[in-house]
Design a protein around this ligand. Sequence first.
Ligand code: S3P
Length: 179
Amino acid sequence: MRAIVLVGFMGAGKTSVGQALAARLSWSFEDLDRRIELREGKTIAEIFRDSGEAAFRNAERKGLSELLEELRSGPRRVIALGGGAFIQQSNFELIRAAKIPTIFLDAEVDELWRRCRRESAETSVERPLLTAAADFNGLYEKRRPYYLRASMRYVTDGKTVAQIAAELIEALGLPASEK
Ligand code: S3P
C-alpha cells in the first residue's frame, strides 16, 4: 500500500485525521488544497475569487495527477482531498486506476456545519463554499452518494482525532509506525 486517500465533506476532519494517521504510520502527509495553493501561489479563496470554481477544479485535477505520479517513487503518503475533489469523475477514476484505498470520513451534517463555523471563527481559513446552512446541507446531500464510492466509510461523530487514526490503522490492517 503506497498511499491512503481521505475523502469527505468540509469539516469531516480530513486534514487533522490525515496528519494524525501519517504521524502514527511514519508516512508523509499531503494536503491536496495546500499543494494547489503552493502551485498557484494563491490561497484557495483567492483562486475562487479571481478565477472561479472551474479554474480551481482544473488546478485540483492537475495537482492530483501530479501527486499520484509522485507516488510511484516517493515516500508513502496519507493524502487529504478537498471536499469536492472526489466528486469529479476524472479524479475518482485517477484514484481508482492507481488502486489507492479511499476512506470516507463521515459525520452528521449538523456536526460538519458546527465544525466549519467554529474553524472559521477561530482561524483564518476561508472556505469559499461555506455559505448558508441550507446550501451547506443541500451540497452535502448531493455529494454523499459520491463519497459512498470510497473503499471504506468511517463515522467520526463523538470520536477524537487520535481515536479515529488508531481505529483506521486497525481497520486497514496496518501496523503503526510501519516504514
Ligand atoms: C471544497 C472544499 C475545500 C476546498 C475548496 C472546495 C469543496 O476543502 O477544496 O474550498 O468543494 O467542498 P475542505 O474540504 O478541506 O474544506
